[in-house]
Design a protein around this ligand. Sequence first.
Ligand SMILES: [Zn+2]
Length: 593
Amino acid sequence: MIKGRWCLVNFTRIHYLEMPMIRRRSPFGVLALAVTIISSISAAAAQDTTLQSADTIISNGKVYTVNAKQPWARAVAIRNGKIVSVGNDAEIAKLRGPATKVIDAGGKLVLPGFVDCHIHFLEGSISLGQANLEGAKNPADIQRILREYAAKHPGDGWILGAGWNYAMFGAENLPHKKYLDELLLNRPVFLVGYDGHTSWANSKALTLAGIGKDTPNPANGAIVHDPKTGEPTGAMKESASRLVSKLVPKPTHSEKLAALRAGIRWANENGLTRVHSAGGDFEEFALYDELRRNNELTLRMYIAYFLNPPELRPKDIDLIEEARKKYTGDWLSGGVVKMMIDGVVESHTAAMLEPYTDDPSTKGKLFWDPDKYKAAVAELDKRGLQLFTHAIGDYAVRTALDAYENAANVNHTQDRRPRIEHIETITPTDIPRFGKLGVIASMQPLHAYPDEDTLRVWAGNVGPDRASRAWAWSSIAKSGGHLAFGSDWNVVTLNPWEGLQMAVTRQTTEGKPEGGWMPQYCVTLAQAVEAYTLGAAYAGRREKMEGSIEPGKLADLVIVSQNIFEIDSHTIAKTKVIKTIVGGRIVYEADAK
Ligand SMILES: [Zn+2]
């Protein structure tokens, strides 16, 4: 429909332009002219009847489209959930009919809706109702937050929280149960670290889980013990966290729905119009579908199946294929598989090519046997599925690149857009492979946030040489790689404006360190915006329908409080969303609060 209308407009225009030439050329030209005029008139008439007015017009905006052919505009017309025209106010006003809703952008910046390419949505949504430890500077801060939380949520149930960081625990960089036991809560406490890879329990929770001196470590996990007494310290790495987390009562159906409603609202409030789920949501497809049917899903969801080691089983394939077939629309879709082949640098579980600098006894290790991972990648790629691989250590990044290269070779596939998630360390020779192999670099700017955790723990663990290639966004982009940005919420906030500021400054909100940490890897603001919009859409195979403000695409847009292109980059994080529009519908409005 839309395409046809645009053809018609162009057709009419071409005839008008050709008229003088026809007149000069021959007597037949007169006839041709008449025919041309008639066809033009009838085309225009046809245009009037088929060209319905817009449902919504956004006028008086500074529209940054992320469309290279028309980077800036003033107004946008929307019909049936899609953008039908982008132009100046006078052009777009022609599409105004009696029933058209006009949104005056008041001269503010209008951008495509933001996409978060790496999120754990249900988990994040549930965390909105738990103790938030983000920003706590020391164990005393944590104790204060937990005391307040316990007072607000009385009873004897679990106290759950997330967001503590490693740096606050001194030289060991790991939490200890004593800080929680001191609270004398007589309730089990279970707190997940900001990166989700290490957890922290009090004695009550450890007892309930039956964890003692002699409890064996599970595969791909470790219970941390006191070197002197052998007692568990309350810190648990990777899969060991499950020993406790499995005891936490599961939220009910209605609790999950309530959490998701709050999560969706929070995402829309921050300007997100789509997210790519990297784990924890596949099992909840039906729940998201329920919200969609009730017209409550105002955030588009692309949801990955989380494939656990040791191998790809027929049962996994059935589940993946079933979801791909069942969920195909613009709101909710499957057809993507997440694999996690290593851990994180802070706890030495990221797989490195060379030993850790602070602990030369370990290089970390892959969670997958490389051959089984490679075989799984090849099989999934053959089926046309998209792949997300979590790889943080330089050895893990290389393993993922090798497996993707192999899959493209054996399957003779093109443009599958496999992704590597995180890429915290990388060897120089692997940087150009992203561009060469068409592998998307899905990175989360706020993971490089240069606070004490990053500068002391992270950089200390990998040492100066590897730290000199930390989160090498601009190098990957310069060598032809596609960047896609996200948050990894609830590892860090899902606020993309904070992510944008970090991407262009590599400084904390206080402006530290001066000049930025490894500033050579900053990207430009235009690059960063693209990585959250068109680049993100490309990274989800949706760039034909989303990611920029251009006719034919879904009407997903945001109007924001300040023009980020004209302000000091250290204030980008202060940007507030005024309106979020998804599929032509206003789903968040600041002043409607
Ligand atoms: Zn993640």
